[in-house]
Design a protein around this ligand. Structure first.
Ligand code: CUA
Length: 366
């Protein structure tokens, strides 16, 4: 019996290891989209480990079950011995799963942590989900719909919100996904390593045209990215799908498509749009952008972003995007220490794109 058990264990181990290493060593995992970020590789390695582990225990448990069913089947005149307990065996089958689950937990947490923590150097793009399209706002003031242009090999952080219902922004090739929630900001980041077009899906059921709420991440090589930054219009239909075949993935293909399109006119940057909005809405009457708040009705907004703000309630709050948004839409929620609750609400008076511009402006007041 010991020999058969060892043989079964060995068979299960070989199968699991084979699957695991096949998955890890291949450039792509069978059945999964291409890997176009470093996270995707980490994610796939963990995924293959989990599949391998599951196959190992499936073969082991089902194999042992079939073996015992056969070996200890009812025979006339034979009465099976009654076994009360076996502490060593119980200890082993508790301890091994415990160790395995802790490995999965720590490993999974490490990948998740890397996935959600954007590097501080990440370039920011604002995303607005609405029934049923995706809008993108860039720092240079441009805005695109259902196409987002990013450089390869540079971290990009998407700061996202929704104008209506829950959506979810999912880029399978990058293995990143994040819910997009009305009334607040959530974020996701990636560093694309493969140039070309990458499909984006909405993965939260959001109404009739949910399945058509699609977008493309257009990852540009260094030369094309410079062209895009200089204001050249690059047409998404000229960009090949990422990873379809190695031959179409050269920067040259993308560059020649880009070069054919004339440059677009310069415009206000997102910060400049926010500044104009700040004056137009009269914010400047109470909030000075230059640090002086003596005698003013509201606190100065200089250096406010990322700072710890003291509130009347005695607590402190970190001034992030969600805090700024709340203070514009619901000013009574958190009153800054030393000021009176006199600010009117601007809820419904500023669009999501204007809010993004306002917040970009406030962030720029250092
Ligand atoms: Cu948006 Cu589903």
């Amino acid at each position: 019996m010991r020999n058969q058990a060892t043989a079964a264990l060995r068979a299960a181990g070989v199968m699991a290891a084979g699957l695991f290493f096949a998955g890890v060593s291949l450039a792509d995992t069978p059945g999964l989209p291409i890997r176009a970020t470093d996270i995707a590789t980490k994610w796939d390695t963990l995924y293959n480990f989990l599949v391998g582990l599951s196959v190992f225990f499936f073969v082991l448990v089902i194999g042992a079950m079939l073996y015992f069913v056969f070996k200890y089947r009812a025979k006339p005149g034979v009465k099976t011995k009654y076994i009360a307990d076996h502490h060593l065996l119980e200890g082993v089958w508790t301890f091994i799963p415990f160790v395995l689950l802790m490995v999965i937990f720590v490993w999974g947490y490490a990948v998740y942590d890397r996935m959600i923590t954007a590097p501080s150097t990440a370039m920011e793009i604002r995303v607005i989900g609405k029934q049923w399209l995706w809008q993108f706002q860039y720092e240079d003031g441009r805005s695109t719909v259902n196409e987002v242009y990013v450089p390869v090999n540079q971290p990009v952080k998407l700061v996202m919100t929704s104008t209506d219902v829950l959506h979810s922004f999912f880029i399978p090739n990058f293995r990143v996904k994040q819910d997009v929630v009305p009334g607040m900001y959530s974020s996701v980041w990636f560093e694309a390593t493969v140039p070309g077009k990458h499909q984006v899906f909405c993965t939260e059921y959001c109404g009739a045209a949910h399945s058509q709420m699609l977008a493309q991440v257009i990852a540009l090589g260094p030369e094309d990215w410079e062209n895009w930054k200089r204001g050249r219009k690059i047409l998404a239909e000229d960009i090949p799908k990422a990873g379809t075949s190695a031959s179409v993935q050269t920067d040259k293909t993308v560059a020649s498509a880009a070069a054919a399109i004339p440059a677009t006119k310069p415009q206000l940057t997102l910060v400049e749009q926010g500044k104009a909005q700040f004056s137009a809405m009269g914010c400047v009457a109470c909030h000075s952008p230059d640090g002086s708040s003596k005698g003013a009705l509201g606190p100065s907004l200089k250096g406010v972003f990322g700072s710890h703000v003291d509130l009347v309630s005695g607590s402190k709050v970190v001034a992030d995007e969600n805090y700024l948004r709340e203070s514009i839409e619901n000013p009574m929620a958190k009153i800054v220490k030393g000021f009176n609750p006199v600010m009117p609400t601007f809820k419904g008076q500023v669009s999501e794109t204007q809010l993004n511009a306002l917040i970009a402006y406030i962030k720029s007041l250092k």
